[in-house]
Design a protein around this ligand. Structure first.
Ligand SMILES: *[C@@H]1O[C@H](CO)[C@@H](O)[C@H](O)[C@H]1NC(C)=O
Ligand SMILES: *[C@@H]1O[C@H](CO)[C@@H](O)[C@H](O)[C@H]1NC(C)=O
Ligand SMILES: *[C@@H]1O[C@H](CO)[C@@H](O)[C@H](O)[C@H]1NC(C)=O
Length: 970
């Protein structure tokens, strides 16, 4: 009996193990076959997939721990796997979870293979490069609960049959090119909790009428698409909804009253649509609401009290046509941090208690018809960062309490009727970066304590009644770019230390009572582009150095008492405006200015003479020669003194460098990092840019590295840790088309980044400076450079987390190694230097990017996005083909390379009629692939589209370029 039992048991046991073995053997074979025939695995991430082990132990595979069936394949973030959609994995009948997110799987997905996966419950194919239509979900994907196809290049309509996957809880279609309308069948998905579809620019049509059937929906985001029509009433039936984002669409009509039923709503965003009518006064039950943004629409009427009375963190209704008074109940909100009411027609006073009950950070009521005083305690909680109320009729003093507000970095109160003195303390805060209080009725002097505002970049106080001397403390504003003190009653001499302000770009002092001379040492104003000191009582000679300022293009000193000769050097300047009229200048007008164009700029100087320019009298020859001699001798002497001072300053600076260094290494290097830092000498400098100096250092080992030493930046514990974090992000990046950051170093008074050295310099120098460069680069090399650089940028945009926007793509930032292979350099640097100020609303933030490469939308959005890089890259493509600089002197006025190439494209009736005239003559093009050149130009045109939305992503650019390299030439 026992024997029989045992036998029975044994056979049971055997058949059981046999079953396991045979199942997993068959499934293992499926895995291996797919891996070996369909997957590209360049980094060998799946090398442990081999016959010897059971698949349950293989990378990315999970088995049911009881049955040992394969249940999950997870390639998420492997980053380098490629191939077609691996549908054959779904032949494993026990597979429930399949994720290939964030790899390079590509091509279109045929319905026949997609159907194999109808039994999975979890399918994530996001962040790959799939194209074409997303297939129908046939046979029904009955068990699917999570579907993520975001961040691919799918086109065509969203398949209707998805509405039959009734168990779906999460659906993500974000960032593709889906078109057509949202299928009404989506409203069958009553288990749906999350529905994401933003950034599909062609998705159009109305919202489904019965959207309210989705009773479990918590998150609904479909922004930056092209939806039209109204918001359906049934939206009020979304009883679980927490977050609605319908921003940046073309929705019309009003907000339905039913919205007042959404008690669990936390975020409601309607901004940037064509919505109109009054905001309904139905918000009182929305007690969970934290953020409301209906800005950039056409709403009229009043701001509803029920909305103003909620405990919102953020209320934004800017850029509408709202009117009436701002409800006072707003000021009792204990949570309000962000209030954006600008560009409406609000009138009456500001609520008196604003700021007293909440941590207000961002306050912007500009562009309304507000009257009366400023709230006395707006910064009561000491958190206020932006204080913006320009273009209103506000009056009275700036309340005393604002003087203790050390958190503000942006103040813009221009064009009001404010008066009195500025509270002491208000102008002496190290947080302050932008201040524009022009065109009010302020009085009093600039306090010496302004020297504490060391981070001010713009100080604009023109058109007030300020008076007194300029304190020397103003020379401590080392970050200042724009200083406008014009149209006040300032007097006394200009502080000589004014020339210490080396970042100054615009200096306006006109219409004051300043006396004395232009300070010495103006040659340190290397970035000054506009200097207006007209209509003061200044005297003395015009310093010769002014003619050597490299950026100056606006120079006005009319209506003063300047004397002596006009320095010849002024003719060096590329001036848009020159005005020397109404002074006491004398002697011969320099030849370069003897033109009718300048006559009106010179009149009112009775002692000026000219050989033939009317109305000036003729010169006596001999005298003018002696003037020239004197001028030459005195400028020589001056030059000597300046150089001596320069040398002394340099020597001092150099000694100060012996501080302590903190070094962060990212790569194994075969030398001591310190050796690099002690080798930074003037003689090693190979370049200077907006952000710093570049040195080439050859080490004892014979190795060569490039060192970027950054100019001074704001230093504080926060910016320091931000810099460190940013540097570490950049240090992690590994890509064959990106320059390697070897290590970074932060010292007491400097920051340096050490990169591998690139033998062949930059593409820009190769194309435009090196006389032989253009010839070395034949078309096939240029094409390889285009493709490589595109891959590098695509990597930064799409494969780095968080993604990195380069911000300064240009031919000078594409370096070439010894085999002329491209590597993108200097990415993220602009961010590290905080070049783009945190200001998002003003024209004062510094331009990010380089002239000729900056996307047009930057002028009004002040934002830099991936699409700005795409624009700049398009310019680089044009440079590669044409060999011209982005703003080459051969173009007509107001024309740049983009306009030039675009016109050539338009003039060619569907083709490029004059392709030969566009191509760089240095490329010996007898054997060029014209079809390829034409396609690169077409990609360049797409990249430089005026509208960011029409530009392809960098990933798409790579694809377009590659696609083209495989096209057979005719
Ligand atoms: C998986 O590998 C571990 C050791 O790495 C081993 O102990 C285990 O038995 C293996 N499991 C299977 C099912 O082969
Ligand atoms: C088996 O898997 C379940 C979840 O799938 C887990 O909770 C459990 O701990 C696992 N058991 C073993 C022995 O690993
Ligand atoms: C769906 O899941 C159920 C329960 O797990 C299962 O019985 C059924 O076979 C699955 N359907 C498909 C098509 O895989």
């Amino acid at each position: 009996m026992a024997y029989i039992f045992n036998l029975h048991f044994l056979s049971l046991f055997l058949s059981f193990t046999f079953a396991i073995a045979s199942f997993s053997t068959r499934d293992a074979a499926v895995l291996l076959r797919v891996k070996n025939t369909q997957l590209a695995d360049p980094d060998g991430l799946l090398n442990d997939w081999a016959d010897s082990l059971t698949p349950c132990n293989w990378t990315a595979i999970t088995c049911d721990n009881r049955t040992l069936d394969i249940v999950s394949i997870d390639f998420t973030d492997f980053g380098s796997l490629a191939g077609p959609f691996p549908a054959d994995f779904c032949r494993i009948q026990t597979l429930r979870y399949l994720s290939i997110a964030n790899n390079y799987f590509n091509g279109s997905i045929p319905l026949t293979s997609f159907s194999l996966c109808s039994h999975v419950t979890f399918l994530n194919i996001s962040s790959n490069v799939f194209v074409g239509k997303l297939p129908e979900f046939q046979p029904r994907f009955v068990n699917l609960t999570v579907l993520d196809v975001s961040y691919n290049n799918f086109t065509g309509e969203i398949p209707t049959s998805i509405g039959e996957s009734l168990l779906l809880e999460v659906m993500d279609f974000s960032a593709n090119y889906f078109s057509g309308a949202l299928p009404e069948s989506l409203t069958n998905l009553t288990e749906l909790r999350t529905f994401l579809g933003p950034e599909n620019p062609s998705l159009s049509g109305p919202l489904p009428e019965n959207i309210g059937r989705l009773k479990k929906l918590e998150t609904f985001r479909i922004s930056a698409t092209n939806l039209s029509g109204g918001i359906p009433d049934s939206i009020g039936d979304l009883s679980s909804i927490k977050s609605i984002d319908l921003s940046t669409n073309s929705l019309t009509g009003g907000i339905p009253d039913s919205i007042g039923r959404l008690k669990s709503l936390e975020h409601l965003w309607f901004y940037d649509n064509n919505l109109s009518g009054e905001l309904p006064d139905v918000f009182s039950n929305l007690t969970s609401l934290l953020q409301f943004d209906a800005s950039l629409n056409n709403f009229t009427g009043k701001l509803p009290t029920s909305l103003a009375g909620l405990h919102l963190q953020s209320l934004a209704v800017n850029d509408n046509q709202l009117e009436g008074e701002i409800p006072t109940v707003l000021s009792s909100n204990p949570k309000l941090t962000e209030l954006k009411l600008f560009n409406n027609k609000f009138s009456g006073p500001l609520p008196k208690d604003l700021g007293e009950n909440s941590d207000l950070e961002d306050f912007d009521v500009s562009g309304n018809q507000l009257q009366g005083p400023l709230p006395p305690n707006l910064c009561y909680k000491k958190k206020l960062q932006k204080f913006l109320c320009f273009n209103n009729k506000l009056s009275g003093d700036i309340p005393m309490s604002y003087g203790d507000c050390k958190s503000i970095y942006s103040v813009r109160t221009f064009n009001n009727e404010l008066s009195g003195e500025i509270p002491s303390g208000f102008l002496s805060s190290s947080a302050l970066q932008f201040i524009d209080i022009s065109n009010n009725r302020f009085q009093g002097t600039i306090p010496a304590s302004i020297s504490h505002s060391t981070n001010i970049e713009a100080l604009v106080i023109s058109g007030n009644g300020f008076s007194g001397d300029l304190p020397a403390g103003i020379c401590s504003l080392h970050e200042i770019v724009e200083m406008d003190l014009s149209n006040n009653q300032f007097s006394g001499a200009l502080p000589t230390c004014l020339t210490n302000l080396k970042k100054l770009g615009k200096l306006n002092l006109q219409l004051n009572q300043f006396t004395g001379e232009i300070p010495n040492g103006v040659n340190s104003w290397a970035r000054l582009s506009s200097l207006n000191i007209s209509n003061n009582k200044l005297s003395g000679e015009i310093p010769n150095q002014i003619g050597h300022l490299p950026s100056l293009n606006y120079f006005d000193l009319a209506g003063n008492s300047f004397s002596g000769k006009i320095p010849d050097s002024l003719t060096n300047l590329k001036l848009n405006i020159l005005n020397l009229s109404n002074n006491n200048l004398e002697g011969e007008i320099p030849t370069g200015l003897e033109s009718k164009v300048f006559a009106s700029s010179l009149i009112g100087n009775p002692k000026l003479c000219s050989q033939d320019l009317k109305p000036f009298h003729r010169c006596k020859k001999s005298k003018s020669i002696s003037y020239v001699l004197v001028a030459i001798l005195s400028s020589l002497a001056f030059f000597l003194i300046v150089s001596l001072v320069w040398i002394l300053i340099k020597a001092k600076l150099f000694n100060r460098n012996k501080g302590l260094w903190k070094i962060t290494s990212f790569q194994r290097v075969g030398f001591k990092e310190q050796e690099v830092l002690t080798s930074l000498m003037e003689s090693n400098i190979i370049g200077m840019g907006g952000s710093g100096k570049v040195y080439r250092v050859t080490l004892k080992t014979g190795q060569t590295v490039a060192v970027k030493k950054l100019y001074g930046v704001h230093r504080s514990p926060e910016t320091e840790s931000e810099f460190q974090a940013e540097m570490e992000t950049l240090g992690q990046i590994r890509h064959k088309n990106i320059v390697k950051l070897l290590f970074g170093s932060v010292g007491d008074d400097f920051r340096a980044l050490v990169y591998e050295y690139m033998e062949n310099g930059s593409l820009g120098d190769m194309l435009h400076v090196d006389p032989k460069g253009g010839y070395l680069l034949d078309w096939s090399k240029r094409f390889e450079i285009a493709l490589g650089a595109a891959q590098g940028l695509a990597y930064l945009h799409h494969d780095c987390v968080p993604s990195i926007v380069h911000r300064d793509v240009k031919s000078n930032n594409i370096l070439l190694d010894e085999e002329l292979r491209p590597r993108v350099a200097d990415f993220g640097l602009a961010k590290m230097l905080q070049l783009e100020a945190k200001e998002s609303d003003g024209a004062m933030s510094r331009v990010a990017g380089s002239y000729g490469y900056i996307a047009p939308e930057y002028a009004y959005t002040m934002k830099v996005t991936e699409k700005s890089d795409v624009y700049s890259f398009g310019v680089v493509l044009m440079e590669l083909v044409t060999g011209k600089r982005p703003s080459d002197t051969s173009f007509d006025e107001n024309k740049d390379i983009v306009k030039w190439v675009t016109e050539a494209a338009l003039s060619g009736e569907g083709g490029w009629r004059d392709l030969c005239q566009l191509i760089d003559p240095k490329m010996n093009c007898s054997s060029c692939d014209y079809e390829e050149i034409e396609k690169v130009l077409n990609v360049a045109l797409q990249c430089t589209s005026a509208f960011p939305i029409n530009r392809p992503s960098m990933r798409k650019v790579v694809e377009l370029l590659k696609d083209h390299s495989t096209t057979p030439t005719k």
